[in-house]
Design a protein around this ligand. Structure first.
Ligand code: GUN
Length: 282
């Protein structure tokens, strides 16, 4: 029987834990602060940023959201980042991506103080993650590890296949699974025989960005399947990278879309911001 891993419920539990830690910090006179910068009118970004703001309020953080016009210059954006980099009350800082075309995304990301890079996008954090030093771990893969553990299936010694090699999800996901002592394979658009690779996997993390791309016949019985996909199907319905209908009846664990990885991602952003405030306190 297909068993679902409830990301919404787990995210609520994690937020309750974070809130309790925030209350302790507040008793010491520290309120974790997250600053989010949004440039332009991208509708998906507006939803994400609103949700981040809401989550901050829910866990008791100080939240600052800068909604800047589409024609903001790179110079003005960098000046704001510089100001927030130096602000004592801000522990986490991010610029919502994508930024408008006239702005150099890499220049913007690299301008962020690595000690406030709660997205975990900077080379300082990626490098630290790779060698097992203290780092801000990108939020989506961090949430995925929590979800896999929630299934109760042991990761150590298992064969894990990550599908997708992005800097934000696929690559850090593979590193985290390796740290958990899985045997890890990364598959991507040039992989030959994806089905063959997947059929050997005890753990699958799908981060491809193609609606219903992986079907039940490509998944081994007993596997834990984490679906990072957030796609619209031909009817405009939100669906994952895993074809849910063809998974029915399989003896597997699966994260649903919606209600799986999605709620965990922003929760891990809260966790990283909390960790940043705790690190600063020492
Ligand atoms: N755009 C889509 N996802 C993200 C994210 O996790 N962080 C930032 N900064 N921008 C995004």
């Amino acid at each position: 029987m297909l068993k679902l891993i409830d990301g919404k419920k787990l995210a609520e539990e994690r937020r309750t834990e974070i809130k309790a830690e925030v209350e302790k910090l507040k008793a010491e006179g520290i309120t974790p602060g997250l600053a989010v910068i949004l440039v332009g009118e991208d509708s998906a970004s507006q939803v994400y940023v609103n949700n981040k703001e809401k989550a901050c309020h829910e866990v008791g953080f100080h939240s600052e959201v800068y909604r800047l016009p589409e024609d903001t210059t790179q110079e003005d954006l960098l000046a704001l980042i510089d100001k927030l980099n130096k602000a004592e009350h801000i522990h986490g800082l991010l610029v919502q991506l994508p930024v408008p075309k006239h702005i150099d995304e890499q220049a913007v990301i690299h301008a962020i103080n690595p000690a406030k890079d709660v997205d975990g996008f900077l080379p300082e954090n990626m490098g630290a993650l790779l060698i097992g030093d203290e780092a801000f771990v990108p939020c989506t893969p961090k949430g995925c590890v929590d979800l896999i553990k929630q299934s109760g299936v042991e990761i150590a010694g298992k064969k894990a296949v990550v599908v997708g090699r992005s800097n934000i999800v696929g690559k850090p996901m593979a590193i985290l699974l390796l740290q958990e002592n899985a045997t890890v394979t990364i598959c991507h658009s040039k992989t030959k025989n994806l089905k063959e690779e997947l059929l050997q996997a005890d753990i699958v993390v799908a981060a491809i960005g193609k609606a219903n791309f992986i079907t039940g016949d490509m998944i081994k019985e007993g596997a834990v399947v984490i679906d990072v996909g957030m796609n619209r199907d031909e009817n405009g319905k939100l669906v994952g990278d895993i074809d849910r209908a063809s998974m029915e009846g399989k003896d597997c664990w699966l994260t649903p879309v919606p209600g799986g990885v999605g709620p965990m991602t922003i929760t891990m952003l809260m966790k990283n911001t909390l960790e940043s405030a705790m690190r600063k306190r020492g």
